[in-house]
Design a protein around this ligand. Structure first.
Ligand SMILES: Cc1ncc(COP(=O)(O)O)c(C=O)c1O
Ligand SMILES: N[C@@H](CCCC[NH3+])C(=O)O
Length: 416
């Protein structure tokens, strides 16, 4: 459930009228609901009540500082995958002791930065990375807290681009290799074994792949325990899906219950790294209809947002619900909703039934709070849009729209 509702035929975010926000900010803009973020975060906290745990929000889903600060103040840690995300999480006031660092390509510099800051653990994804971490650890004279990310070879039944726990995916170590890596790391004082981790994919709509993966991870935990290698943290990654269209993904409560049952009486602290299920439905992208265009074959609504602002439909053919910000009685027609970018792939919806809106009308593209702004770019030299956060009856621009000057910052005219 989110807090984007219609009152008297107009879309509100919490107690703010979207039309009023648009008047001040202009389109396009991302709009986030703090109350929805809180509700979704608390759903995890409630589900995990009584279990030693840490919810590390996946920064890649939404890295806006206000969002991170808000979640951090509610008690969230962070799951990061780059030096930039470390910088953001720390700037937002998240304690390094609540930060886990995942990702297959951490550079020496990034590792050094994270080790110096005191992150909770590196989720190590290859033996090459382990060597690099060892090297950095020796250089700065500080043991590195690690977990190995295990690739359990489980099909998460999601879009192939966002499936990460299959043998052919680049992520994690196969179980046998992870076992050897733990044995090696346990004999070396550069490493401090803290945990084990796993993340099998994103937008999962069933619990069973998580449970299958967990069983494989737990059998390794048990084996390691017998060898005297104690695992303190079990990090099950993120991946819980949300409703974009007609999916009915499990709620955190059902998901955590299944994990808890599978873990049984083992003495483990549970880390989860949810991204989408916290912020996905806490955000919309508001855009304006520029033109209505008819060709012999199609009717298009050309809007002022584009694939550079929200890439998911173009990249994954992802469905996002689109609604007019002011409810219309007009008859329904079938439209392609497209942006101004010079690519046929620049669309938000194809053959979508929508009321006959007009140029100047606003549309809300729903479920855009995760992997929306964070995947945006300046393609076609389009300044990135503003981000606005609603807190009850107040709203705040938490990132201003980029200017043309922002576009060329750091560039020079040297051409020889
Ligand atoms: C390691 C890791 N953790 C957490 C996440 C967050 O996933 P989601 O947004 O699906 O919860 C991802 C992205 O899929 C990831 O790669
Ligand atoms: N970017 C993807 C999710 C990627 C998850 C990252 N491991 C999406 O928009 O659905």
């Amino acid at each position: 459930m989110d807090y984007f509702d219609f009152k008297n035929g107009e879309l509100y975010c919490e107690d703010c009228r979207v039309l009023d926000i648009e008047k001040e900010v202009g389109t396009p803009f991302y709009l986030y609901s703090a109350k929805t973020l809180e509700r979704h975060f608390k759903a995890y906290e409630d589900a995990l009540h009584g279990i030693p745990h840490l919810v590390c929000f996946a920064v890649k889903a939404n890295s806006n500082l206000a969002v991170l600060r808000f979640l951090g103040e509610l008690g969230a840690g962070a799951d990061i995958v780059s030096g930039g995300e470390l910088f953001r999480a720390l700037k937002a006031g998240i304690s390094p002791s609540r930060i886990v660092y995942s990702g297959v390509g951490k550079t020496g510099e990034e590792i050094k930065e994270a080790l110096n800051s005191g992150v909770l653990m590196f989720n190590v994804e290859s033996t090459g990375e382990l060597e690099k971490i060892g090297e950095v650890s020796r250089t700065i004279g500080k043991a590195a807290p690690i977990s190995f990310r295990v690739n359990p070879d489980v099909d998460p039944k999601t879009h192939p681009y966002i499936s990460t726990g299959l043998e052919e995916n680049k992520f994690g170590l196969p179980v046998d290799e992870a076992r050897r890596a733990y044995e090696y790391a346990s004999r070396n004082e550069e490493f401090l074994i803290r945990g084990i981790s796993c993340h099998i994919g994103s937008q999962l709509t069933e619990v069973s792949p998580f449970v299958d993966a967990l069983k494989r991870v737990l059998s390794l935990v048990d084996e390691l325990e017998k060898k005297g290698i104690k695992i303190e943290y079990l990090d099950m990654g993120g991946g819980l899906g949300i409703k974009y269209d007609n999916e009915s993904p499990p709620l955190p409560e059902e998901y955590v219950k299944a994990l808890k049952t599978t873990i049984g009486s083992r003495d483990l602290k549970l880390i989860l790294e949810p991204g989408r299920s916290i912020c996905g439905n806490a955000g919309i992208l508001v855009t304006k209809v520029l033109y209505k265009k008819k060709t012999p074959k199609k009717a298009f609504l050309v809007v002022d947002a584009a694939m550079n602002d929200l890439a998911r439909p173009s990249l994954y053919k992802a469905f996002h619900e689109i609604v007019p910000v002011v409810e219309q009685d007009a008859k329904m027609s079938t439209f392609d909703v497209v942006g101004p970018i010079c690519e046929t792939g620049d669309f938000f919806a194809r053959s979508r039934s929508l009321p006959e809106v007009n140029p100047g009308d606003l549309l809300a593209i729903r479920s855009a709070g995760a992997y929306g702004f964070t995947m945006s770019s300046n393609y076609n030299s389009r300044p990135r849009v503003a981000e606005v956060m609603v807190y009850g009856d107040k709203f705040k621009v938490v990132r201003r729209r980029e200017t043309f000057d922002d576009l060329i910052r750091g560039e020079t005219f040297f051409h020889e």
